[in-house]
Design a protein around this ligand. Structure first.
Ligand SMILES: Cc1cc2nc3c(=O)[nH]c(=O)nc-3n(C[C@H](O)[C@H](O)[C@H](O)COP(=O)(O)OP(=O)(O)OC[C@H]3O[C@@H](n4cnc5c(N)ncnc54)[C@H](O)[C@@H]3O)c2cc1C
Length: 525
């Protein structure tokens, strides 16, 4: 899937330049990191709040896998590649390909990397030169000794979706900075050197506009937290290698990133990047699950033959393959658009499409990842449910993908907001049409018809329900957004299938496109 896609989007000379590093990452993920991941299965990060002499230290110890993952991520440029921009706008795609290979064997180390990447992008777009000079070189370096990761602390007890309710207060301090006072309820990768967070400068109005975006360096030169108390690490269903903490900010020194209001708007670049990472993680975990399920199907014998020779098992795998290929193409398409926006090559119309597809892609692929992981476990029968196979991890870790960085409903509502600015739905129609017009193979005709019909249904639904008022529109937003996502996925899959047919004489993508077309693309009823 990855090789075929890269061969389509990269010029041949560029592809030769990046192939070596991708092959090396694939080798690490399949060998050294995978072995370490299996050995690390029972390890979890540890919080030590007090030292032997009664001093509060709130020390976090990561597991061996995560310590190695951090070094490899830095040295192989899993964040840096996007900022070195050696391959123009395709640098972002190259970086996502590295992340795609790196993610399945590193137990959600993608989480701190996503936030690091998002923080670098946010700082760069803030025009705050002092903070850019201070932090961005660390966030985007390949030197593991200099590498910093970033957290993003938004969610409070009052809400993760409705962050406008945030209660953290920012008081000016003597040194031209601020001190933050409040309680942050979910803060992942708490071992990070910096964090971007939201707080309300004293005197600011309530709601999202009154919040400001702040930069924090979490520990002093002795490694002590800077007026941050880590109350506990969350005991979570999955992502158990990620130290996700509950914090008290008790006068934490902080600096404004950009203005003293509009923090929610100013942190948007971070969320766009973490949502892209969410999609790439979703397709990476689906790929890992499928690879294991295919392998097992060749080995497990039932009723006189390997499962791979059983038509029904084969059909089950084909359905999962189609979901995962479809999701792959949407996630990487958003990476392409993101890359073009970062090199400022993006056209105004494409920017509208990116604004619309970022939430659509995140919510669609998150749901697919959970479904595929659940089916993968079932492909192993009872073994899929047993911890020491390592398989339950896939399902638990996938389950976070529809929740963090915006739940499915919250992103469905964001999809509606995206449609308010310019003709982004028209841009989506154009993008779908371009994909489908490229398909000349007769065996793709039915699939193309499904894509056209579901898009027409979605646009007609939107036009009709909009006139009925906001409650009706909101009630259908999830079905609408998922239909847009699955339609775009099908269209991209068809486009790739045609290319693969012409250039690789390979029918896999075509088979997946036909299969996906029959898998509930239109979810509006
Ligand atoms: C493992 C993990 C790590 C996390 N790490 C971080 C982190 O590092 N930093 C951080 O800031 N946060 C983090 N979070 C928090 C996460 O971002 C929030 O949990 C998420 O945004 C949802 O917010 P909430 O928990 O307050 O749920 P709520 O906002 O209370 O949502 C509850 C339900 O209501 C639905 N809902 C909410 N509003 C609407 C609406 N208007 N219409 C329809 N439905 C609605 C949601 O879809 C959801 O199903 C993490 C969460 C997890 C699970």
């Amino acid at each position: 899937m990855l090789r075929s896609y890269l061969a389509r989007v990269f010029p041949i000379d560029m592809l030769r330049e990046i192939e070596g590093s991708l092959a090396e990452m694939g080798r690490l993920a399949g060998a050294d990191l995978y072995q370490l991941q299996l050995a690390d299965r029972l390890n979890e990060p540890r919080l030590t709040q007090w030292d032997a002499w009664g001093n509060r230290i709130d020390k976090i110890e990561l597991t061996p896998l995560w310590r190695v993952a951090e070094r490899i991520a830095a040295e192989h440029g899993v964040v840096a590649t996007a900022y070195e921009q050696k391959h123009g706008s395709l640098s972002r795609v190259y970086q996502c390909a590295l992340a795609y290979l790196f993610t399945p064997s590193t137990d959600i180390y993608s989480c701190p990397l996503a936030m690091t990447d998002g923080a670098a992008r946010t700082l760069l777009s803030s025009e705050n030169q002092a903070l850019i000079d201070r932090a961005v070189p660390h966030l985007t370096t390949r030197d593991a000794n200099e590498f910093w990761t970033a957290g993003q602390w938004m969610t409070e007890l009052t809400g993760g979706s409705d962050v406008g309710l945030s209660e953290t207060v920012a008081k000016p301090d003597d040194a031209n900075g601020f001190r933050l006072y409040g309680r942050k309820w979910f803060t992942s990768a708490i071992g990070s050197q910096i964090a971007l967070t939201l707080a309300r400068p004293e005197g600011n109005p309530p709601g999202g506009r009154g919040l400001a975006l702040f930069y924090i360096e979490t520990r002093d030169e002795h490694g002590q937290p800077r007026n941050i108390e880590i109350n506990r690490l969350k005991d979570k269903l999955g992502t158990r290698k990620v130290p996700t903490a509950e914090l008290n900010l008790v006068g934490t020194p902080a600096q404004l990133v950009k203005g003293s209001t509009d923090g929610v708007r100013n942190i948007a670049p971070l969320l766009n990047i973490t949502r892209l990472w969410n999609g790439i993680s979703a397709v990476a975990l689906m790929r890992r699950g499928l690879a294991l399920a295919y392998d097992y199907a060749g080995k497990r014998v039932a009723f006189g033959a390997p499962l791979s020779e059983k038509p029904l098992h084969d059909d089950t795998l084909a359905g999962l393959q189609a979901e995962s290929e479809a999701a792959f193409h949407l996630a990487f398409y958003v990476a392409e658009l993101t890359g073009r926006s970062e090199t400022r090559e993006i056209l105004e119309d494409e920017a509208l499409l990116l604004r619309l597809l970022t939430p659509v892609m995140k919510l669609t692929t998150g749901k697919q990842a959970v479904m595929v992981a659940s089916e993968v476990l079932e492909c192993f029968g009872g073994a899929g449910y047993v911890e020491d196979t390592g398989l339950p991890l896939l399902l638990r870790d996938s389950q976070v993908l529809p929740i963090w960085e915006g739940t499915t409903n919250v992103l469905a509502l964001d999809t509606l907001r995206a449609l308010d600015s310019g003709d982004s739905l028209g841009q989506l129609q154009l993008a779908v049409t371009r994909c489908l017009d490229a398909a000349r193979e007769p065996q793709l005709a039915d699939a193309a018809r499904v894509a056209r019909t579901s898009l027409d249904h979605a646009t007609n639904w939107f036009a009709h329900v909009r006139s009925l008022g906001q409650p009706a529109l909101e009630a259908g937003a999830r079905r609408f957004a998922l239909t847009l996502g699955r339609t775009m996925e099908l269209s991209l899959l068809i486009k790739h299938a045609q290319w693969s047919h012409d250039n690789e004489q390979n029918g896999q993508a075509s088979a997946s496109a036909r299969r996906f077309a029959n898998s509930c693309v239109d979810l509006i009823f």
